[in-house]
Write a protein that binds this ligand. Structure first.
Ligand code: ATP
Ligand code: MG
Length: 576
């Protein structure tokens, strides 16, 4: 491929709209352009990047015995009504109707469609397992599309689905996908971790997310270096091992705290540590308002709230609801005298003599004993795990690290097969419900995550496994026939050896070409100029290390493979 005939609109300036490095570099390298919020055009180089990723994914899916199909993006509402998700999915589901007034949505995922397909065809245990996948465009009307390809509204996903006769059989399908994902992300050259994930309202115990480790990740992972436990903080359990506090607590006392709303303000005003303050947060849980109590220095984990209360939807209560229920402005809520259900984090039972809001403007209570002064509906694990907390497996301390969720494997059980009546006849002719799993990889997010993890001040540093081209062959003197002949010869040799090559044959200054080669980030650069040619050499540059080596043109056939192997070996070491 010749650079001069490619559509690669590189940019010198960093686009103001882009916050994270992958978004900046994808725009600057001429790989994507935004059409509208969260919706991107993949330019030729960006498309090639996606194709490199999908090639690996496809190979591993096929090797695991899953077969590819392609489902439509447009899905009829009745299937979603049958599964119960038409009501529940919320605003992420983009809904519309056709000329006859029938309701549809753009598929954010395909459990309904594929379960409908399978239930229509599969009658007997002999036809199971069914294992299918597709690579297709999804649409989710995300509340906050951002970071370019990382959180788009329209994005490319690989989604696979399995249907089995029993839970053990379904676990085999799950394991096949889990192992395939381990191979895929290793082959893509990413540093990643498989972590235990929340199963949400879907239920079941099997869910793992695959996280690319990067500081810009939106997810936080709790990792134990002692036993290897790793979980999304959304899910990481906290086992409280303390004893209920038996200390005496002085009588409760109301104290004026004018203008002190936040934990920090109240603590500063009263001169107490945040550990002595109880934070009272009001949540809307399936339409009912409840109070959740955690220590002042802790964070409520709303997914744990959802799980404990077996709820479908949990969100912070509105300011109006808080003010109506507590009869006080925001920031002064407290559990004493509150007439709604109150759930308290386990840890609070280990202390007493707390400070809480007094459900009155500019006032707090001192000396609160939660068991004496408040009506606690139930205690539970309701806070987010933090650095230094005990590992739920082995008790050592956990560390927190950031990750980008690139894949998710899910044991769904009968979540969709039961409401959609995906039944089959077992060996004894008895009707049974199929056991189903689903497995997603965010292909376009992988592209962004790979760049988040692999870049430097000069641009993208593509892992060889996903780079759109293996090599940028830079012709410094495109008017020099001798140089052009060398470049052409090298191009053919590289191509014959299986490396995809882009030749920079543009009539541009060397500086422009060097900058673009670094920006586009192909792992190998070969630089051919009149001066080097005269001395019989070309220069080879490892994009990752910046190391340059001279290779003789006469000895290219022997010297280049050794140099190339060194570049690739560096990458292999890095992803270990
Ligand atoms: P997130 O928690 O990031 O919103 P999710 O849990 O909603 O993701 P899944 O439903 O598990 O995502 O989808 C499977 C995969 O699709 C995810 O692991 C992720 O890689 C990708 N994905 C999900 N939402 C987006 C998005 N808005 N943009 C790009 N990729 C996405
Ligand atoms: Mg997920």
């Amino acid at each position: 491929m010749r650079f001069s005939s490619c559509y690669i609109p590189t940019l010198k300036e960093v686009p103001a709209e882009a916050e994270v490095v992958s978004h900046k570099l994808l725009l600057r390298a001429g790989m994507v352009r935004k059409l509208t919020s969260g919706v991107y055009i993949y330019l030729p180089l960006g498309l090639k990047l996606l194709e490199r990723i999908t090639a690996v994914v496809r190979e591993e899916m096929n090797a695991a015995g899953f077969q590819e199909l392609l489902m439509p993006m447009v899905q009829p509402a009745d299937l979603w009504q049958e599964s119960g998700r038409w009501e529940k999915y919320g605003k992420e589901l983009l809904r519309f109707h056709d000329r006859n007034g029938r309701d549809y949505c753009l598929g954010p995922t395909h459990e309904e469609v594929i379960t409908d397909l399978v239930r229509g065809e599969v009658r007997s245990y002999r036809q199971l397992p069914v294992r299918l996948y597709q690579i297709q465009t999804k649409f989710r009307d995300e509340i906050r599309p951002r970071f370019g390809l990382m959180r788009g509204r329209e994005f490319v996903m690989k989604d696979a689905y399995s249907y089995d006769v029993s839970i053990p059989a379904a676990e085999e399908s799950y394991k096949l996908m889990y192992d395939a994902y381990m191979r895929i992300f290793s082959r893509l050259g990413l540093r990643f971790r498989a972590v235990e994930a929340d199963t949400g309202s879907i239920g079941g115990n099997f869910s793992h997310e695959f996280m690319v480790l990067a500081d810009t990740g939106e997810d936080t992972i709790a990792v134990c270096n002692q036993c290897g436990y790793a979980a999304n903080v959304e899910r990481a359990e906290i086992e409280w091992k303390g004893q209920p506090c038996t200390d005496a607590c002085p009588d409760i006392e109301k104290r004026a705290t004018p203008g002190a709303h936040t934990v920090d303000e109240v603590c500063a005003f009263l001169g107490v540590a945040p550990q002595k303050l109880v934070k009272t947060m009001l949540f809307n849980v399936d339409g009912e308002t409840v109070a959740i109590l955690v220590r002042g220095d802790r964070v409520v984990n709303d997914i744990k709230v959802k799980k404990m209360l077996k709820a479908e939807a949990v969100s912070l209560a509105s300011q109006a609801a808080v003010e109506a229920l507590t009869m006080a402005p925001l920031g002064f809520a407290g559990p004493v005298g509150l007439s709604i259900p109150v759930y308290a984090d386990n840890e609070l039972i280990g202390g007493t003599d707390y400070v809480t809001g007094a459900n009155e403007g500019d006032a707090h209570f001192l000396h609160v004993d939660l068991r004496r002064d408040a009506k606690i509906t139930a205690w539970g694990d309701l806070r987010e795990i933090e650095e230094g907390d005990a590992c739920p497996r082995c008790g050592a301390t956990v560390e927190l690290t950031k990750g980008i969720e690139v894949g998710h494997v899910f044991m769904l059980g009968m979540r969709y097969t039961e409401p959609l009546h995906a039944f089959f006849l077992d060996e004894e002719g008895k009707e049974k419900c199929m056991i189903n799993g689903c497995y997603g990889i965010g292909i376009s997010r992988v592209a962004a995550a790979a760049i988040e993890q692999n870049h430097d001040g000069r641009g993208i540093v593509f892992p060889p496994q996903i780079s759109p081209y293996a090599c940028m062959l830079i012709n410094l003197d495109p008017k020099d026939e001798k140089v052009c002949a060398i470049v052409e010869d090298l191009r053919i040799r590289l191509q014959n050896a299986g490396d995809e090559v882009m030749v920079d044959d543009r009539q541009e200054r060397p500086g422009v070409k060097f900058n673009d080669a670094d920006l586009l980030g192909f792992p190998m650069q070969i630089i051919v100029g009149a001066r080097g040619a005269a001395s019989g050499n070309v220069e080879c540059k490892d994009r990752r290390t910046g190391e340059k080596s001279n290779i003789s043109i006469a000895g290219f056939g022997e010297e280049f493979p050794a140099w190339r192997e060194k570049v690739l070996a560096g990458w292999r070491d890095r992803s270990k």
